[in-house]
Design a protein around this ligand. Structure first.
Ligand SMILES: [Zn+2]
Length: 79
């Protein structure tokens, strides 16, 4: 399991899990790091401004967790 060290802007090569396309519109999602009550948290949002998920999913403390949650949602959306 990859540990995520100091927070920094996330690039594709930092993420060892491939994000599935948005379950609503099929556009490419984006991982966003933000701060919540002094902690770094991660969320994923759709890059399509008209999409329901443009404002993102509920944040997680680990980027790997939010990626898993996103991919699960994506799978659910397509079934
Ligand atoms: Zn979307």
């Amino acid at each position: 399991m990859t540990k995520f060290p100091e927070p920094k802007p996330l690039k594709d090569e930092d993420i060892d899990v491939t994000l599935k396309p948005c379950p609503f519109c099929g556009e490419k999602p984006e991982v966003v790091e933000t701060r919540d009550y002094g902690m770094n948290v991660y969320t994923i949002h759709c890059t399509n401004r008209k999409c329901l998920l443009y404002f993102g999913v509920a944040p997680y403390q680990q980027a790997s967790e939010v990626i898993q949650a996103w991919n699960w949602r994506g799978r659910y959306g397509h079934e």
